[in-house]
Design a protein around this ligand. Structure first.
Ligand code: 1HE
Length: 279
């Protein structure tokens, strides 16, 4: 492993240094940064990038990462499906179904990873780029960020999970409107409709880093439940979900780290929950 220093602000050890389209670093706070690194192609997702995302999100939870920042080189987070590759490959329906299954594999690895994934967004977050961003647990936008699903206008349909995750964020009616009309969202409106949870002036990555650092202060087992159980439980019937929730809480809420924190509360040494946060 080499010492990575991709750019000012991201420092750490470079992991998996044989990847071509993404770079991955792990810093001294155990925060990994997954960096989409095809800016000349606006970080469009070709088949190789998807395979690299699968590899990365399979390995990272067991490589010591306690939180993950997903960011991109260049002015745009991600332009979605690599349209040039899709055009030149001239895929059959069956071939493209398999491509979509690989996208699902990558994005499910993120959403169900048990490690908080925070997306630092900028510029275009469109089509498959929005499918990628919506697989993160938290999305931070800056003032340049805009969200769109131009599939309809391209004569395409979403294939990377937008019908599940984007519909979950904004609701079915808004998603249908975005796809039929090419409508895009940005700024406070994007926050209000649920496409992102934070909107910052300046660099979204700084806010993502703050969020990641805060998350690393929680016990890993609590984060594991938050960043996998909630997604699983919302896929279940309410009856089964409430049973499974009890099982997860049985494990998480009796862990040694939780006993220690409760002991601190009982001894009046733990922070209180105030309107402006825990202090
Ligand atoms: C690309 C792609 C791409 C750029 N695939 N190569 N996604 C879209 O419909 C979005 C398509 N892209 C755009 O609308 C624009 O490129 C952007 C708004 C993102 C950026 O604009 P701009 O002016 O900065 O860049 P550009 O001049 O359009 O593109 C620069 C290069 O990036 C150029 O390559 P070059 O070799 O000619 O320099 C572009 O071809 C390349 N590029 N976007 C391939 N998407 C699982 S199903 C998911 C379905 C979808 O995702 S549909 C949405 C597709």
């Amino acid at each position: 492993m080499d010492n990575g220093n991709l750019r000012e602000g991201i420092q750490g050890v470079t992991l998996f240094d044989d990847l071509k389209n993404i770079t991955v670093t792990l810093d001294e706070d155990d925060i990994a940064t997954v960096n989409l690194n095809r800016p000349a192609k606006r970080n469009a997702l070709n088949a190789e990038t998807i395979e690299e995302l699968i590899f990365t999100f399979t390995k990272l939870p067991r490589a010591g990462a306690r939180a993950i920042i997903l960011r991109a080189e260049g002015d745009h987070f991600c332009a979605g499906l690599d349209l040039v590759e899709h055009h030149s490959e001239d895929r059959t329906a069956g071939e493209f179904m398999h491509i979509c299954l690989r996208w699902h594999e990558a994005f499910n690895k993120m959403e169900y990873s048990g490690i908080p994934v925070i997306a630092a967004l900028k510029g275009a977050v469109v089509g498959g780029g929005l499918e990628l961003a919506s697989s993160a647990h938290i999305r931070v936008a800056d003032e340049t960020t805009y969200f769109a699903l131009p599939e309809g206008q391209r004569g395409l349909f979403t294939g990377g999970g937008a019908t599940i995750r984007v519909a979950d964020l904004v609701g079915k009616a808004r998603m249908i409107d975005m796809m039929l009309t090419g409508r895009s969202y940005k700024g406070t409106e994007a926050v209000e409709v649920g496409l992102c949870q934070y909107l910052v002036e300046g660099d979204s990555e700084l806010k993502a880093k703050d969020i990641a650092l805060a998350a690393t202060k929680n016990p890993p087992l609590s984060n594991f439940a938050i960043c996998s159980a909630i997604s699983h439980l919302t896929n279940m019937s309410a009856l089964d979900a409430s049973y499974a929730e009890a099982a997860v809480a049985g494990i998480v809420n009796t862990q040694p780290a939780s006993r220690e924190r409760l002991e601190a509360f009982v001894k009046k040494k733990a922070p209180r929950v105030r309107p402006d946060g825990m202090r």
